[in-house]
Write a protein that binds this ligand. Structure first.
Ligand code: GMT
Length: 377
């Protein structure tokens, strides 16, 4: 396969989409492609040196005449610089707004035939797609991209429903680095966190936005805690944190809930967990569920968005309607009490990740898509 020069733009500090964009760049670099990140800061997962990964920082002028710093224009300008100087074959942007629109503008500032690929991650469609001030820009960004991908079938359907773009959108699922996300020996953490051997460990990881319904996580955990000795690990932070703390206090669960804040090395936390709860009302994919499953943790999720494409009901976990905390609590207790069923779900979780979301498979799909585009020239 021809080695390509690929530009990547993402939100370098934001959750799952930044993680996927960065991991994609790293894995493509490992396959010999030359990668150029064009972002406002170094992507937080770019934590290792690669001789074929370059970083081009977008700098925004803060002149007093500008009421708002012109980030989008500065990004388009930087994209144009990199397209020309590095002779990029592909510019792959994550999020339609503003990145796809900037890429189209940046390309127009050059006379190069770089191909633009846009990946939709969710919030750009499910939240911004209903904002009248942005729908035309989102549609424009999608329609003028050479290829558009989305991280789940559900997100393709939602995009078609909300924006009706005149464009085929291809599903390319998220993936993870299996060398990192696997069951590891981290039992020492149980001792450190004062988790007794007979206690079950439930985990929730998110940015604690309202859409994640972390209060439901607490309700379900309270149900579990009533029936079984257990601890809840909460990893992450965000706007709902004070409401969550208040609810934990009201239910007198302070001794059983561990607030860990933002954490790296999540595989160590998943490896001591028995169950992951992802109870969001909007979720285009649910990367944290995939990470937990890769470490052998069954998940309970909601019917929202792409979650059922990852968590399969009665196979590797359970799916319930958003807010049905009674059913979630009952299913959780049954699963945690049934060792045989729990082991079967745990094994199946690992198999699902290997078969359907393996990085080698997904990276090949991206490479093939890029190659096809280049050959269209
Ligand atoms: O979940 C978030 O709030 C962060 C957001 C992001 O932009 O990183 O996540 C979105 O993209 C992830 C990677 O594709 C998906 O796994 C998340 O499901 C998706 N979040 C939503 O749709 C709410």
């Amino acid at each position: 396969m021809k080695k390509m020069k690929i530009g990547i733009t993402c939100y370098p500090t934001v959750g799952g989409s930044g993680v996927i964009a960065t991991e994609l760049g790293k894995l493509l670099a490992e396959k010999g492609h030359e990668i150029h990140f064009i972002t406002s800061s170094v992507p937080f997962r770019l934590n290792k040196m690669y001789s074929n990964i370059y970083f081009h920082q977008v700098e925004v002028s803060h002149y007093s005449v500008f009421q708002y710093p012109p980030y989008d224009i500065a990004l388009a300008n930087k994209m144009a610089d990199v397209i020309e100087r590095e002779n990029l074959d592909i510019l792959h942007v994550h999020y339609a707004i503003p990145h796809a629109v900037c890429a189209i503008l940046g390309k127009q500032m050059t006379n190069r035939d770089v191909k633009i690929v846009t990946t939709l991650h969710g919030t750009d469609i499910t939240v911004l797609g209903v904002d009248d001030s942005l729908t035309k820009a989102i549609k424009f960004g999608i329609e003028k991209s050479d290829r558009v991908t989305a991280v789940s079938k559900a997100l393709v359907d939602q995009t078609n429903h909300l924006i009706s773009p005149d464009k085929d959108i291809q599903v390319l699922y998220n993936f993870l680095d299996e060398r990192i996300y696997r069951k590891v020996q981290s039992d020492y953490l149980k001792k450190d966190y004062r988790i007794e051997d007979h206690e079950k460990v439930i985990i929730h990881v998110s940015n604690f936005r309202k859409v994640k319904r972390v209060l439901d996580v607490i309700t379900v955990f309270a149900h579990i805690r009533n029936q079984l000795p257990s601890k809840l690990i909460l990893a992450g932070d965000g706007p709902e944190m004070s409401a969550v703390i208040k609810k934990v206090q009201e239910l007198q669960l302070e001794e059983s809930v561990l607030f860990l804040g933002k954490q790296d090395n999540l595989e160590e936390l998943y490896s001591i967990s028995d169950l992951m709860l992802l109870l969001s009302e909007k979720e285009s994919f649910g990367l944290v569920a995939l990470e937990a499953m890769a470490c052998g943790v069954p998940c309970i999720g909601t019917e929202a968005g792409g979650i059922p494409e990852v968590i399969r009901h009665h196979e590797n976990g359970y799916i319930f309607p958003v807010g049905d905390t009674d059913s979630m609590g009952t299913a959780a207790v049954e699963l945690l009490n049934n060792e045989e069923l729990h082991s079967a779900f745990s094994r199946e979780a690992v198999v699902t990740v290997q078969n359907d979301f393996h990085s080698s498979k997904i990276i090949r799909q991206y490479e093939n898509m890029y190659q096809e585009l280049i050959q269209e020239q």
